[in-house]
Design a binder for this molecule. Structure first.
Ligand code: ASP
Length: 427
């Protein structure tokens, strides 16, 4: 059986078991000792170990593969061009995402008639200034950047090492050979981990659905529905047409190739934890060359969050409507600008999009405590928006690789569920 089918089965069984346990405990799993024990000591333990092992690979994988990638890119001009293309595509797709969200939220009006008196407490954090953000991209200590998992600083350092390797003659070449070997070993670790995925995913979803009843969703059905609709449209219509237009390749093949990464994104609700799989999939199934994918994927997992931007667009309109406040055209434009920045500033871990939403609300003078209204359904939406976030990274990677002549069409069109190591083993 194909690995992605196994992961899918793990997901579905986990959800069903979770819902069954939620039902059996009468919606109170914490009060039912056997179920509480099962969830806390089996599902939660296995699920957490699984996510931790994924995260474990992120820093070494990004650093080593980007050193190899930038060293094999050759000239600085080419690197600049690739960076420019990637960042432009990330920004354009995010702006489209929010505009789509604002349009649909205004047509559907999900917030009209919502009761705002029972709002949970939600306090905003101060946001850093643009100057601080810009300076913060540059590391003063690579080890600290790695131990903090600061992705942008790691990217800057890795590119610097890659460029220096290129310019350092024979020593550089010897170093590069070493890095390539380490890269092979780390990619192998990703493959090993992927084989545990069906069980990890099963436990994550079983725990989530045991605790997550559906009552919160029913109360906010229109908000939930608007969000699902816009997320779906963005991935299926916008990504597909952009991809087909820019590469003349079949977008369905892209999504099929991306499937393992999308399933991981859904189950973990974290672009960051999914990154080792996204990178593996981009290289071995989508067929993007490492020199492109090792740059675009970590960057995308850190700054490109179209799903999060969509949530922030719909949520802003929802909160404005719930409090009976009107937004002017200028305020809508401000929402597009701030939500683009807020989604860039959102870390790829569960639930952070909701925290950076306070930036957008403050910008247009909406009550930040309105976030309390939507917290109850956010975890499920987080899973969906993270899936969109990760699809966006994959789509842009394929477009940039294709435009540079660095997309292997044979790999892209081969839909068998094997990565390069499985193929090597079989051969
Ligand atoms: N969970 C999202 C991600 O990792 C971020 C967010 O919107 O909360 O991509």
């Amino acid at each position: 059986m194909q690995l992605s089918s196994k992961i899918l089965i793990g997901m579905v069984l986990g959800m069903m078991l979770g819902l069954g346990l939620n039902f059996m405990s009468g919606g109170n799993p914490e009060q039912t000792p056997l179920i509480a024990w099962l969830v806390e000591y089996i599902f939660d333990v296995v699920g957490q170990i699984f996510v931790l092992s994924l995260k474990l690979l992120v820093v070494p994988l990004v650093f080593v593969s980007l050193v190899c990638g930038s060293a094999s890119m050759g000239e600085d001009v080419k690197m600049g061009r690739i960076a420019l293309k990637t960042i432009s595509l990330y920004l354009v797709t995010t702006a489209i995402a929010i505009s789509l969200a604002l349009t649909f939220a205004n047509i559907i009006d999900p917030g009209v008639g919502i009761n705002t008196t029972e709002v949970a407490n939600f306090a905003a954090n101060p946001t850093p200034s643009f100057k601080e953000v810009l300076i913060g991209i540059f590391p003063s200590n690579p080890i600290k950047a790695m131990s903090d998992g600061n992705m942008l600083q790691i990217i800057v350092f890795a590119i610097l090492v890659g460029v220096a390797i290129l310019q350092a003659g024979e020593s550089g070449q010897a170093t590069l050979r070493g890095f390539r070997k380490i890269n092979d070993v780390i990619m192998r670790m990703v493959t090993i981990l992927m084989h545990f995925a069906p069980y990890g995913v099963f436990c994550l979803l079983a725990k989530l659905f045991t605790y997550q009843g559906f009552s919160a969703i029913i109360n906010l059905a229109l908000y939930f529905g608007t969000m699902v609709l816009v997320l779906f449209l963005h991935a299926s219509v916008i990504y597909s047409s952009l991809f087909a237009l820019l590469t003349r390749l079949n977008p369905l093949t892209l999504f099929k190739n991306m499937r393992p990464a999308l399933l991981f994104a859904f189950s973990t609700a974290s672009s960051n934890a999914t990154m080792p799989i996204t990178l593996n999939v981009a290289r071995t199934r989508v067929g993007a060359h490492n020199s492109i994918a090792s740059f675009t994927i970590p960057l995308g997992a850190t700054v490109n969050m179209d799903g999060t931007a969509i949530m922030q667009g719909v949520a802003t309109v929802f909160i404005a409507q719930a409090y009976g406040l009107d937004l002017s055209m200028a305020e809508y434009l401000a929402v597009i600008a701030t939500a683009t920045l807020a989604s860039i500033g959102t870390a790829g871990v569960p639930g952070v999009g909701l925290i950076t939403l306070s930036m957008v609300l403050q910008q247009v003078g909406l009550p930040v405590e309105g976030i309390g209204l939507i917290i109850g359904v956010d975890r499920l939406l987080d899973m969906l928006r993270t899936t969109v976030n990760v699809s966006g990274d994959g789509m842009v990677t394929a477009v940039v690789a294709e435009s540079e002549g660095l997309l292997d069409r044979d790999v892209f069109n081969d839909l068998s569920d094997q990565d390069e190591y499985q193929k090597a083993d079989a051969g």
